[in-house]
Design a binder for this molecule. Structure first.
Ligand SMILES: Nc1ncnc2c1ncn2[C@@H]1O[C@H](COP(=O)(O)OP(=O)(O)OP(=O)(O)O)[C@@H](O)[C@H]1O
Length: 386
């Protein structure tokens, strides 16, 4: 979809910002460009929408050399989101979002309809925020409007230059999650610039790690973390690779524990007997369709009580869909102050992830990469057998 062939950019003062760069981004792929300040990420990105012209080399969009496309036409095919969102201060949120459809000559009603749909998509209720002005929004909300505006004309390509760089870490994580959900729906071809390796790992299907004007490694996040191509990359991704790996390691069904399960309509003595038989302190409570309801704690009174599990069950807030990252699991445990979290496939209960199992999954993932085999095939050695 986007292809760089031997692209270099030398500025008038002699600075070589980008040096003989060749790489390709597939359709629907999200590639993050990451590296320290001044390594040429922004220059790379701005050459795609011709805000900067290369000194040599060619860039192709969908097979077409962009040097042959009129820059205005080109930019209509490319959404652009930057850190200082650049919303028009005197236009409402809805009008800001409808900017490109207006420029493209869409009818007013159709442009407003599209803008409304997009605000919804980025998680801003149009009936609440549509008529506000940018200075009546938080930083995170302004960034969402920026994303909505960039998507308004449904361009196949999105360029995002540190779009979440100016918000605090909590809002940033929210925006990243929302953006991932959005991208799963809209599947744009995205180039995303960041200097934060954690963000690059979290969002990228692949990551381009920049050295000085060149790409040192272009690979899937797990490969960049697990097998850095050069000492420079190893240094850049940092010593706490194990922690970052939490971000890219999904929860798999094999990671889960199977605690005792009781149902909402079970009589309490039956539930108590179940817990006693398994020597468990708690059980997971499912409803009659085997969907997660919550959990129940073993206590002495349970066996003697009449009634059903329903009256004693507690709601479970800490749950995640299978495939979520171990990092999400870890933060959900911390946020909910829970010793375990339930893992679901749709509504179906699959099992629970405990801190011990989380740690094992992480070690398996590291060992699997070292041995280049699937995670499920790794046998963990304990200190005793080592
Ligand atoms: N107009 C310009 N004239 C001269 N040098 C420039 C110009 N724009 C950028 N540079 C230089 O080119 C190099 C690459 O800049 P670029 O903005 O692409 O880096 P970056 O990786 O995006 O950095 P940051 O993360 O700080 O935004 C830097 O050394 C920068 O100083």
């Amino acid at each position: 979809m986007i292809r760089f062939e031997h692209v270099s950019k030398r500025y008038a003062d002699g600075t070589t910002a980008v040096d003989d760069l060749s790489f390709e981004v597939a359709e629907g792929e999200l590639v993050t460009l990451v590296g320290p300040s001044g390594c040429g990420k922004t220059t790379t990105m701005k050459m795609v929408n011709r805000l900067i012209e290369p000194t040599s080399g060619q860039i192709f969009l969908d097979g077409e050399d962009i040097a042959t496309i009129d820059p205005v036409q080109l930019r209509r095919r490319i959404g652009y989101v930057i850190q200082q969102v650049g919303l028009f201060p005197h236009k409402s949120v809805l009008e800001n979002t409808a900017t490109v459809p207006h420029l493209l000559g869409w009818q007013r009603a159709k442009a407003r309809e599209r803008a409304t749909e997009l605000l919804d998509l980025v998680g801003l209720d149009p009936s609440v925020y549509g008529d506000r002005y940018p200075d009546q929004l938080s930083g995170g909300q302004r960034q969402r409007v920026g994303v909505a505006r960039a998507l308004a004309a449904d361009p196949p390509v999105l360029l995002m230059d540190e779009p979440f760089g100016a918000v605090d870490p909590v809002v940033r994580e929210h925006l990243q999650n929302e953006f991932l959900r959005l991208q799963a729906q809209v599947r744009k071809t995205v180039l995303f610039v960041t200097h934060d390796i954690e963000e690059a790992v979290r969002l990228g299907d692949r990551i381009a790690v920049y050295g000085s004007g060149t790409i040192e490694q272009f690979d899937a996040p797990a490969a960049v973390l697990g097998a850095p191509a050069t000492p420079y990359v190893a240094d850049f991704v940092g010593a706490d690779r194990g922690l970052k790996r939490l971000t890219v390691t999904p929860i798999e069904p094999g990671d889960l524990e199977q605690p005792p399960v009781v149902h909402l309509d079970d009589p309490l003595p039956k539930a108590a007997a179940r817990l006693a038989a398994e020597g468990a302190r708690w059980a997971v409570v499912l409803d009659d369709r085997d969907n997660l309801h919550g959990w129940i704690l073993a206590d002495a009174a349970l066996a003697k009580s009449s009634g059903t599990v329903k009256e004693h069950a507690r709601r479970m807030e800490a749950w995640l869909p299978v495939g979520s990252s171990l990092k999400q699991a870890f933060s959900s445990m911390l946020q909910n102050d829970a010793g375990w979290i339930a893992v679901l496939d749709g509504d179906r209960f699959l099992g629970v992830l405990t801190p011990g199992r989380l740690h094992e999954a992480l070690r398996r993932s590291i060992d699997a990469d070292a041995q280049a085999i699937p995670r499920a095939e790794v046998e963990l050695q304990t200190i005793a057998d080592a």
